[in-house]
Design a binder for this molecule. Structure first.
Ligand SMILES: Cc1cc2nc3c(=O)[nH]c(=O)nc-3n(C[C@H](O)[C@H](O)[C@H](O)COP(=O)(O)OP(=O)(O)OC[C@H]3O[C@@H](n4cnc5c(N)ncnc54)[C@H](O)[C@@H]3O)c2cc1C
Length: 419
């Protein structure tokens, strides 16, 4: 090491939600911190979250319930969630002037509906705590000496020296935002096992052209059922949206992992249920009552009253009932055809859209090799992990960002460096 080289207490790699939280927390505790980011600016992915509104966290303050939502690895998060959970995150933001609101299913957003406002809080805080932010610095590896990390390798043979390193380089999904899986390679070289990364929370590709012909059409509170070779596998209710390649939206993203798995095993069909609160018989009764009350209207004038126009057009096309037909002339068979579409609009799922478009990477640094209280590597003594790089992920609803806030806070709290 050159004599004049500056040594930081903590070097944080990756300026996403986990890295910014880890850097802020380390600096708050008095450490001299550098935050290294390959992009021109911090928080590129954060700005895209929640359709640019940022679903910051989940107002489910019961840690057990929260953890249950994360699946089989969830209980690993218990300590760090207890130390810094959703309520703490909301207080953290409120203290710095950001008001939040809670929407359907406990999803917490900024009142302003702007992800930028969440990022601004962090940018100000990093500045206030004198964190040195170095953007456009791509780390190509971590250099090991005496079983600990000595430095982070930059381009042109430059190095950043620090006493502790927090690796927050994200997963391998949405690589355009900077997270291309580099951290997995660094961790692997340092002896860590990487649980095979897989795309999760991804849009679903649909075969039928009609499904791709109505991008932007959103449906709220509908049901969705998945079938493998005709056998029902799973069902959910929620919101979805049609896209240029198929379907997306919170309910679809949450089912995408299952769809991707099933698509490897056979033919996968999805059915959208526009009346999930009714069974088939109830829906038929409801339709008959509707028909009686609208007996003299044309089908083309009636249907858009109970569903979006583009869907009404599709129903008329798929049922092959003339749009001009009066409701009181619709036969029993024709009514059944409409009922089948209403209760189970069927599509063929080709699978989920993969790393390029998935919101989350499932898999990552093996949790068995990280101390679940401190986020310290069990292999390398001055190395810590936080955020999506670790083998933990959750459904939509603010769970994934909360994993970043909690693990980033824990890593930043536990380097043992500072005044
Ligand atoms: C479209 C979209 C919407 C989402 N919406 C939500 C939501 O509303 N709520 C929610 O809870 N979750 C949401 N998520 C998930 C959430 O964004 C991620 O869980 C979160 O950003 C992960 O944070 P991170 O800090 O671990 O990684 P990232 O945000 O990916 O940040 C990692 C950073 O490390 C940098 N980096 C990587 N490699 C290097 C290197 N070699 N050198 C230097 N820097 C490097 C990257 O450039 C990047 O800035 C969404 C994801 C997507 C894609």
């Amino acid at each position: 090491m050159e004599k004049e080289q500056e040594i930081y207490d903590v070097a944080v790699i990756g300026g996403g939600p986990a890295g910014m939280m880890a850097a802020c927390r380390s600096a708050e505790l008095g450490a001299k911190v550098v935050l290294l980011e390959r992009n021109k600016a911090l928080g590129r992915k954060l700005l895209l979250t929640g359709n640019e509104r940022c679903n910051i966290t989940q107002a489910n303050f019961n840690d057990k319930e929260f953890i249950k939502k994360l699946g089989k690895n969830g209980s690993w998060l218990f300590s760090v969630l207890a130390a810094f959970g959703p309520r703490d995150m909301m207080e953290f933001l409120a203290k710095r002037g950001l008001k939040t609101k809670t929407e359907k299913d406990g999803r917490v957003f900024p009142v302003s509906d702007r992800a930028q406002d969440v990022l601004t809080i962090f940018l100000k805080y990093l500045e206030e705590k004198s964190v040195k932010v170095m953007c456009q610095e791509k780390i190509s590896g971590l250099n090991i000496k005496n079983k600990s990390v000595e430095s982070a390798q930059l381009a042109n043979d430059r190095k950043i020296y620090a006493k502790a390193f927090i690796l927050c380089s994200g997963g391998a999904t949405y690589p355009l935002t900077g997270s291309s899986g580099d951290g997995y390679e660094f961790a692997k070289k340092m002896g860590h096992n990487i649980v095979a990364p897989r795309p999760a929370l991804a849009p679903v590709e649909i075969a039928e052209d009609w499904a791709k012909a109505m991008p932007g059409l959103g449906l709220k509170n509908v049901g969705m059922r998945i079938f493998l070779d005709g056998k029902k596998q799973e069902s959910k209710t929620g919101d979805m949206i049609f896209t240029h390649y198929g379907i997306s939206g919170p309910m679809v993203l949450d089912m995408s992992k299952k769809i991707a798995e099933l698509a490897l095993a056979g033919k996968v069909a999805v059915e959208v249920d526009l009346k999930p609160e009714m069974d088939l018989q109830e829906a038929d009764k409801w339709l008959q009552t509707e028909f009686a009350a609208n007996a003299n209207r044309d089908l083309k004038n009636y249907l858009p009253g109970i569903m979006p126009q583009r869907l009404a057009d599709l129903f008329m096309e798929l049922s092959k009932i003339s749009p001009k037909k009066k409701i009181n002339l619709i036969t029993r068979e024709e009514r059944k055809k409409l009922l089948v579409l209403l209760k189970g609009l069927k599509m063929t799922a080709r699978g989920s859209m993969g790393f390029e478009q998935a919101n989350i990477t499932s898999g990552g640094v093996d949790l068995a090799e990280i101390d679940s209280r401190t986020m310290m590597s069990k292999k390398i003594k001055n190395l810590f992990f936080a955020g999506e790089i670790i083998d933990l992920d959750g459904p939509t609803g603010g769970y994934n960002l909360q994993i970043c806030w909690s693990t980033g806070f824990a890593a930043g709290s536990n380097t043992g460096l500072g005044k």
